[in-house]
Each structure stands twice: as structure tokens, then as C-alpha cells.
Design a protein around this ligand. Structure first.
Ligand SMILES: *Cc1c(COP(=O)(O)O)cnc(C)c1O
Length: 668
């Protein structure tokens, strides 16, 4: 294969050799000076509180010296950091950062905006909401203010909190109709045919009310409240809103709510076993209980098993067991696998007809940005044939359909600080329907003033008090500036950021093929298997010495291979040629069929894969794998005719490591 032309990316990154240092330095200096002059010119008539002579004093200089010393120590310590920038780093989900993001973030930190509300962030709050719109558009949500549900999004500290918000907002919406019906009963008000309802509100069971969609619930809220406004006086209306608040799940708590509504069972949350552990945390934090998680099995591609999903939904339907949400993973953390989101949407639509509605949240913390590889400049979704042109394997038809279906789910997590190449502290929650804002506001929307009706305010106006609508409070405007500027100069479509990710995917395909070549080359020594063909840019493999049948031994051997590419804080980084990461698959997560498929290919006795290990020399409860994230931009590059292929070199390194571990006398 010919090395692709990467010149378009040359100005994007500081570079593995800090090649762009002068450019970054001069821009940084320009904007630091600009900031200093801004301060100076704010009220130039004021006397500077720090006198010009201050720097002549001894204690002043003592302080500066002490600070510098500490900073030098920090700077020295930081040299132990992981060399994410290097094409020799093939480990976790991190790489070099986009210069526009770094510059915008560093510049903005000096102004220290707090995006909790626009009076603390007059410049950057709007940028955060704009980033939300850009991401919403990238995944295919409508952002036209006058047509259907309007998407919105905001930044979080990371994917974990964005996932919490996915559950939090679905919970706020899905329990609302039950609370509303209860408040109406308390108040002696039984509206007929409000919003999506055909009959009187009191005619509906709690099960039916729980199973409305976000849109239906929003219409129900608006129609009921405006009917009430017409019928009741101001005083009565306020009395009602107080009742509404005290009936809400947010007021009663999960325990109080379900003690009151014994007919309704506590809700389930469905996630595939490949889901990130933040989903367990989310269930704990929200008081849902991680015991309410239904774990879906996975297929031979590590994608959520949709037959299993359908079975689970069917069982819930027949038992009137509420489902809060089904989670689809768009790029799993360990394997990069992409769940068939289109099938989840199909199952949702099918069961909605039968009276069960489940929310869908897509966890695209990792793969969310890949949506821009499918999005044309004009906003349309590119045809499968078109998307395949740059690749040998990618995108699998299911992957393409999955990305296309994201526009039909309720909300999405996307991490700019992962595949967005932004500094850490930048995740995003994106929702298809800004209507959810009325259910999660701290100033509960149903407590609104009769004159100033917040339900009528356009979402973007409400969001000036962003902190009222999100989990976090004070938050960095600098992160918003970073994502905003990056997306402005490298837009989120195929011709923009899509090209950066295309390169990453091509690297993954290349390594995949090369690992297969290596596999044949060393087949007399070891068996290498890649249990899951990559859906995105992660690749994991197992290495088993020839004739070994014990899982424990294979894990031990693979771990020894991994030690050749492990970050060890006590060793100089330069001692290693390459870096990787590892993962393991627990016995409890795999079904027998899948365990057998993987182990038989390796020549491992399936009986040595056990839940409870007795014989540590033979048995194990997990399958250990070496794992690589292929996101460095310079894994294969060409300079004046010379090719620099770190993936070829990596395979040679891996081969040497294998030979060395099999025969220690061959150590260098
Ligand atoms: C990384 C990741 C998360 C968690 O995101 P953080 O930014 O680390 O909080 C959640 N889900 C998936 C699929 C991830 O890859």
C-alpha cells in the first residue's frame, strides 16, 4: 500500500518532534501579550497595585526563585509522563493534541471564564452551546430552531458525567407523567385529551404513563399546564405547581416514589457487557441501583447481541417491567466495537407499538467523533459505497447503519478529550430534544411564573443559566473555547476532521493485516489471534506459545510480552521501543459459545477458563490481551521519498519480543 499524503495535517499538531514549536510559541506569546495589554487598558488611569519597584525587593525575588525551583522539579517530574505524542505510543486512548485546541485553551485560561452561567462567561458560554450544536449536527440531530425537536448539547468533565446525564434526563422525563397524574388527582383536576392523550388523564395506568416518549411527555406537560392556566386562577395555579413538585421523583427520591407507586416496578437499564464501567457508577449515583442493569451478551464482533436485547425487552413487556434506557456503545473502550444502533432503534419502535417505550442513549465517548467520517459537507449522510472508498475493510455495513441511526436516539455521549484530540476535561452530552430541559431545570419548569413562561422561551435563551440544567456547576470556559476553535478550523465532516480519523482507521487496517502476516511468520512458535475484527481503531490480540493448552500459561506469556511495551514509572521511557496497553475478558462476561470460539483458535483447553480458579498454574478466570489504540497521526508517514512506518517496525519489535520470551538466551 502507498503511504497516504498527510501534509494537510502538518499544521494541526505540535508534532512528535515538536516541529511546530516556533509557530505555537509565537502565537502563544502574541496572545499572552494581548491579554496583558487588555488588563492594562481596562482602566489605565488606575495606579498599578504592584509597584514597579516590587521586583527589586529580596522577598519578592526569594518567592520567584522558590517558585521557579518548584516548577523545575515539576517539569522534571513531568518527563515521566506518557509520550502520547509519539508514533511509538500505541496504548491508551490518547495522542498528540490539536494545536487550535491547545492554543485556545491556554489563551482562555488567562481570562478564566466560568461556563456555569453567562454572567460569569459572557464570551465562552455561547461557544459551549455552539459546540453542542456542532456535535448535534455531526450525529444528525436537527438543529433548526423551527422544525421538530431541536438538538442541543453541552460540555462535561468527561464521558462518565455525560453518561450520568443521559440516565438523569431520561429518568426526569419518563417519570414525569406519573407525577403529573398524581398531582392532578391531588388537585382535583382531570384534563381530557391533553397533548398526546385521547382520554382523561386519570384513565391511564402508571405503566401507560411511564411509556410515553420524550416528545409525548413534553406535549403532555405543555397542554396540561396551559389548560390549567386557563381554568384556574393564579393562586390555584401556584398551589398546583407546589403539588407537582412534591409528587416528583426528584423530590420524593427513588425510594419514596416507589413506595408511593407500588404498581410500578423500579426501572431497568440495559447495557451490553462491553459497556464502560461508568454505567454501573451511573446507576449507583442516581439511586437506580446497579442491580437493575440488564447485561446484554455480545456476538463474535463484541457487538451487543440484538436477539438478546429483543428477548429482554419482550420479557419486560410481558411483566410490565419498566425500562428506563437501553445503551448502545459506539466504539467500546476495550475493543472499539460498534453496537447495531439501528437494531436498537428498530426494537424500540416495535415495542412502542405494543405499549413499551424505552429511551436510547448512545455511549459514543470513544467513537462519537467517527460520525464525521460519514457526514458530508452539506450535512447529508454519505452512502456506504462512498464511505468505503478510502479503506480496505471499514466501515462494515453494520457500522455504517449504526452511525446512520444515531440521529434517531434520545441522547449521545461524545468525548472531545478522546477522539477529538482535545486536552483532558472535555466530554459532551448531546440530546436530540431540547425539550428535556424543562424536566431537569433546578427551577422546575412547572413552577413557572404565569407571565414569564419558561416553556415558551427558546432553549438557547434558557441555557444562559447553564448550571441550572446540568449535573456540574462551575466549569471551564477554556475547554469550550478549545473545542469551539478546533471545530471551526477543522470542521466535523468528511472533508474536515473526517480526514484525520480516516488516517487513524487506515493505520488500524494496516496493523491488522500486518499482525496476520506476523501470525503466519511465527506460527511455528506461537499462535496469535485477534478475537474481534476491529470496527474502529482499536485492536486486541492474544499470544499463545505453541502446544500450550493452559489459559493461565497463555495469560502469563502475553503479560510478559506486554512488559516489553509497558510504561514503568521507575524505568526511563527511552528504554522501550514501543508502548501498548492491555485488557482482559472475564469469564463471567462471555457465553460458552464465544469462549470456545476464542480459545479453540488459540489451542487452549476451554476447561481451563473458569469462574473460580483452583489451579493457578493452569486455570484463569480471564483472557488477557494486548491492546492498541491507533490514533497517532504519524504512524505511517513519508518524507521526500523515504517511508517511516512505525507499524512495520512495531511488528518487528513484537516478533523480537516473542522470540526473546520463548528463548531468553536470545536476549540482546
Ligand atoms: C472513556 C469512555 C467513557 C468514560 O469517559 P471519561 O471521559 O473517561 O469519563 C465512557 N464510555 C466509553 C465507551 C468510553 O470509551
Amino acid at each position: 500500500m502507498t503511504t497516504p499524503d498527510l501534509s494537510f495535517m502538518h499544521p494541526y499538531f505540535l508534532g512528535a518532534y515538536a516541529e511546530n514549536d516556533k509557530m505555537v510559541e509565537s502565537i502563544l506569546l502574541e496572545f499572552f501579550r494581548d491579554h496583558a495589554y487588555w488588563r492594562r487598558n481596562f482602566h489605565p488611569e488606575n495606579r498599578p497595585p504592584i509597584p514597579t519597584k516590587a521586583a527589586y525587593r529580596e522577598d519578592f525575588n526569594d518567592f520567584v526563585a522558590a517558585m521557579q525551583q518548584e516548577l523545575h522539579t515539576l517539569s522534571a517530574d513531568l518527563k515521566k509522563s506518557v509520550p502520547f505524542f509519539s508514533p511509538r505510543y500505541l496504548g491508551h486512548m490518547a495522542a498528540d493534541l490539536l494545536i487550535p485546541g491547545v492554543l485556545a485553551q491556554m489563551m482562555t485560561i488567562l481570562y478564566n471564564p466560568n461556563n456555569v452561567s453567562d454572567d460569569a462567561a459572557p464570551a465562552t458560554l455561547q461557544k459551549e452551546l455552539d459546540v453542542g450544536q456542532m456535535l448535534a449536527k455531526m450525529v444528525g440531530f436537527n438543529i433548526q430552531q423551527d422544525a421538530g425537536p431541536v438538538g442541543w448539547g453541552h460540555l462535561t468533565s468527561g464521558g462518565t458525567v455525560a453518561n450520568y446525564e443521559g440516565l438523569w434526563s431520561l429518568r426526569a422525563v419518563k417519570f414525569y407523567p406519573v407525577s403529573l397524574a398524581e398531582a392532578c388527582r391531588d388537585f382535583g383536576f382531570d384534563p381530557e385529551g391533553v397533548g398526546p392523550l385521547k382520554q382523561n388523564l386519570s384513565a391511564y395506568t402508571k405503566w401507560e404513563l411511564f411509556n410515553l416518549t420524550i416528545r409525548e411527555t413534553h406535549q403532555l406537560m405543555q397542554a396540561t399546564l396551559s389548560r390549567l392556566k386557563q381554568d384556574a386562577g393564579k393562586k390555584d395555579f401556584q398551589r398546583f405547581t407546589k403539588m407537582m413538585v412534591s409528587e416528583s421523583l426528584e423530590c420524593l427520591g427513588m425510594a419514596g416514589f416507589f413506595m408511593k407507586h407500588t404498581e410500578l416496578k423500579p426501572p431497568k437499564v440495559i447495557v451490553p457487557i462491553s459497556a464502560h464501567y461508568s454505567w454501573e457508577k451511573a446507576c449507583k449515583v442516581l439511586g437506580i441501583g446497579h442491580g437493575q442493569l440488564i447485561h446484554l451478551g455480545v456476538d463474535e464482533h463484541m457487538r451487543g447481541d440484538m436477539d438478546h436485547l429483543e428477548e429482554a425487552v419482550k420479557a419486560c413487556h410481558s411483566e410490565q417491567q419498566p425500562i428506563l434506557c437501553a445503551v448502545g456503545v459506539l466504539g467500546s473502550t476495550e475493543f472499539g466495537s460498534v453496537d447495531p444502533i439501528h437494531r436498537i432503534v428498530e426494537i424500540r419502535d416495535k415495542y412502542k407499538q405494543k405499549g413499551l417505550h424505552l429511551g436510547i442513549h448512545v455511549d459514543g465517548a470513544w467513537g462519537g467523533y467517527m460520525a464525521c467520517m460519514f457526514r458530508n459537507e452539506d450535512g447529508t449522510f454519505a452512502a456506504h459505497e462512498e464511505c468505503r472508498k478510502d479503506f480496505k475493510y471499514f466501515p462494515h455495513e453494520g457500522t455504517w447503519k449504526a452511525f446512520r441511526a444515531v440521529s434517531e436516539v434520545d441522547s449521545v455521549t461524545i468525548d472531545p478529550h478522546k477522539l477529538g484530540y482535545m486536552p483532558f476535561g472535555c466530554g459532551a452530552f448531546v440530546s436530540r430534544d431540547a425539550g428535556i430541559l424543562d424536566f431537569i431545570s433546578q427551577e422546575a419548569a412547572y413552577v413557572f411564573d404565569l407571565k414569564d413562561d419558561p416553556l415558551k422561551k427558546p432553549p438557547m435563551q434558557k441555557l444562559r443559566g447553564l448550571g441550572q440544567y446540568i449535573m456540574e456547576g462551575s466549569k471551564p470556559g477554556a475547554a469550550a473555547a478549545a473545542a469551539y476553535i478546533s471545530h471551526r478550523v477543522i470542521p466535523l465532516h468528511r472533508k474536515g476532521f473526517g480526514r484525520v480519523l480516516t488516517n487513524s482507521m487506515q493505520s488500524c487496517e494496516y496493523l491488522y493485516d500486518k499482525l496476520y502476516e506476523l501470525r503466519s511468520r511465527v506460527s511455528n512458535l506461537v499462535t496469535i489471534t485477534i478475537p474481534y475484527t476491529p470496527d474502529s481503531n482499536l485492536i486486541c490480540y492474544c499470544i499463545n506459545p505453541k502446544r500450550n493448552k493452559y489459559l493461565a500459561l497463555m495469560n502469563h506469556f502475553s503479560r510478559k510480552i506486554f512488559n516489553h511495551m509497558k510504561i514503568d514509572p521507575n524505568q526511563p521511557l527511552q528504554g522501550h521501543d514501543f508502548f501498548g496497553s492491555f485488557t482482559s475478558l472475564q469469564k463471567s462476561k462471555l457465553n460458552d459459545h464465544e469462549s470456545a470460539r476464542i480459545l479453540e483458535e488459540l489451542g487452549i483447553d476451554v476447561d481451563t477458563f473458569v469462574d473460580a480458579v483452583e489451579d493457578r498454574t493452569k486455570e484463569a478466570d480471564h483472557i488477557y490481551m494486548v491492546r492498541h489504540t491507533l490514533m497517532n497521526p504519524w504512524l505511517m508517514h513519508r518524507e521526500e521519498g523515504d517511508e517511516y512506518n512505525y507499524l512495520d517496525r512495531f511488528c518487528q519489535f513484537l516478533e523480537r519480543s516473542i522470540i526473546m520470551e520463548l528463548d531468553p538466551s536470545k536476549r540482546r
